[in-house]
Design a protein around this ligand. Structure first.
Ligand code: 5RP
Length: 226
């Protein structure tokens, strides 16, 4: 039997989300990511009922958070968040992440970079020995065809089928080439004019990775900001 088939992924997401929700205390400012693991986080935060101030990385997170009674504010003039909590598509032992399966990686990276502590919550299928494609990209809508031609020098990229524009009007694409050196690839993708953001998150951005495993969590400390 396939061992992965036995993993109760939704349960593990909820377990990791509950563990991270316990970090949130009254008066904190909190960045909220996007995705199905974050949906569990929102549930857990609503149950905790702490008086925190939240900023959401996507309209769907904002809507769900508000429907649960969480106090969502515009990003506005927040200089920092005490903590930001978000999911990921892949995480390697060194702390590099791939994010953007939900097409929200640009806002997610901005919020993560604004947080004193960026905490990643995943189920046990997300840790991998080495990053692999796809790596999500957001391109400026202006001149997309030209940007795609320049990106071809880095590797194969396609517009994500069925993906509409990002909340900021960007075109969601995926880089499909090899990911041998994440730092070098991040540099190459980020240096192409017209690339708004890529889904490679460096270990320096990540403080903690909380992995749901069965009924428990594995808590990994990463380099973190600063
Ligand atoms: C959205 C993301 C998500 O955090 C990532 O895709 C993981 O999603 P999920 O929790 O649904 O597995 O980066 O842009």
């Amino acid at each position: 039997m396939d061992p992965v088939a036995e993993v109760d992924v939704e349960h593990e997401k909820a377990v990791a989300a509950r563990a991270a929700a316990a970090l949130v205390e009254d008066g904190m400012t909190v960045g909220l990511g996007t995705g199905s693991t974050v949906a569990h986080l929102l549930d857990a935060l609503a149950v905790r009922g702490v008086a925190a101030r939240y900023v959401a990385t996507s309209p769907r997170t904002e809507e769900r958070a508000r429907s649960l009674g969480l106090a969502v504010e515009p990003f506005g003039s927040h200089e920092h968040f005490d903590v930001a909590i978000d999911g990921a598509d892949q995480v390697v032992p060194e702390g590099w992440l791939v994010k953007g399966g939900g097409a929200a990686h640009t806002r997610e990276k901005v919020v993560a970079a604004t947080a004193d502590r960026f905490v990643v919550i995943v189920d046990s299928t997300k840790p991998v020995p080495a990053l692999r494609p796809p790596v999500p990209l957001e391109l400026l809508a202006f001149g997309t065809a030209s940007t795609l031609r320049r990106l071809a020098a880095v590797g194969p990229v396609r517009v994500r089928p069925g993906a509409g524009p990002s909340p900021d009007g960007g075109v969601i694409c995926d880089y499909l080439g090899a990911v041998e050196d994440p730092g070098a690839l991040a540099g190459a993708l980020g240096s192409v004019p017209g690339v708004v953001e890529h889904g490679l998150f460096p270990p320096g951005l990540v403080a903690d990775v909380v992995i749901g495993r069965g009924d428990g969590v594995e808590w990994r400390r990463v380099a973190g900001p600063g």
